[in-house]
Design a protein around this ligand. Structure first.
Ligand SMILES: *Cc1c(COP(=O)(O)O)cnc(C)c1O
Length: 311
């Protein structure tokens, strides 16, 4: 079991500290940020947690190829590609957008994944929607041979098991735990491992009514809530206010946030603190789930639109 025996040398779990975020005392709450972004430069934050038991399973079952799905700037695609290069799996990425076929060199995420040895299959947006259908997966098996299938965003039961290891024993002292949501796997793990007196707040990075139903399928507690006011128009949509916030947060606290997930979540958490939505004396833990590889690609798009950049 290469993954199990070597993961301690590759991933720096001790770097995932709870960093205190200084706030004016008038707000009467304490805020900490769990630095999961520091676990690994490419397999960052929750992507390590979500892949851990899937990789053990893949090795146990004797697979040497991983196949997964993602968009052109996906943190998950970058993580799977890197995991493959590190632990000796072949990797195949089914990428949304046929037009990207000839643009790999212009896209930092795909370029990185390719440098890790990932093989791509570019599909139309319409075909991509078939990503969970049995027939589509079977066709992929005919094309590529035997592979271990990891769904888009990496969310499945084993991913949630990994995310149940994010909160530690000492984290039980927090009243609120906040995290960004994409597919809902990470928050499901947090909910399952939380204490009943804690409240888990999820900040969806996209407009998604389906999320509540998806998360409900995976969890066995009811101490959670979705805060849907901070998606900034949809997945990977951003504006000048969010960019200014991310840059200002870095200046103030020396912590880089990403524009797709953690920037929106922290904007929301601080906005709620400023609006006194948390009871006085609350101890709040926000999870920095990583995602910093996406900044370069986002800045490329911002530059094209003549918008300010993430510094
Ligand atoms: C993938 C990702 C998420 C979303 O995680 P889900 O388990 O899909 O909800 C949050 N933050 C970052 C930085 C991510 O890369």
């Amino acid at each position: 079991m290469i993954f199990e025996s070597e993961q301690n040398m590759i991933f720096n779990l001790e770097k995932s500290i709870n960093q205190h975020i200084n706030l004016p005392t008038e707000f009467g709450v304490e805020l900490y940020l769990k630095r999961e972004d520091r676990i690994h430069p490419h397999i960052s934050g929750n992507k390590y947690r979500k892949l851990k038991y899937n990789l053990i399973e893949a090795e146990t079952l004797g697979f040497n190829t991983l196949l997964t799905f993602g968009g052109a700037y996906s943190n998950h695609i970058a993580a799977v590609a890197s995991v493959g290069a590190t632990f000796g799996f072949k990797t195949i990425g089914v990428i949304r957008g046929e037009e990207l076929k000839n643009k790999v060199k212009d896209n930092p995420t795909l370029r990185f994944a390719q440098s890790c040895g990932m093989q791509f299959k570019f599909v139309t947006r319409r075909d991509y929607r078939q990503k969970t259908s049995k027939e589509f997966i079977n066709n992929l098996k005919e094309e590529f041979g035997k592979f271990y299938h990891i769904p888009e965003g990496g969310t499945n039961a084993l991913a949630i098991k990994g995310c149940e290891e994010i909160l530690t024993e000492t984290d039980k002292s927090f009243d609120y735990v906040c995290c960004a949501i994409g597919t809902g796997g990470t928050i499901s793990g947090l909910i399952n491992s939380s204490n009943p007196n804690q409240k888990i707040l999820g900040f969806p990075a996209l407009k998604g009514e389906f999320l509540k139903k998806d998360i409900s399928k995976f969890v066995n507690h009811k101490n959670w809530e979705l805060i849907t006011a901070y998606h900034f128009g949809g997945f990977a949509k951003i504006n000048n206010e969010l960019i200014a916030f991310i840059n200002q947060f870095k200046k103030a606290h020396n912590i880089q946030l990403d524009p797709v997930y953690t920037g929106k979540m922290m904007y929301g958490v601080l906005d709620m603190i400023y609006k006194n939505k948390f009871p006085k004396g609350s101890k709040i833990l926000a999870i920095h789930t990583g995602g910093l590889q996406g900044i370069e690609g986002m800045n490329m798009r911002l530059k094209e639109k003549n918008l300010p950049l993430i510094k």
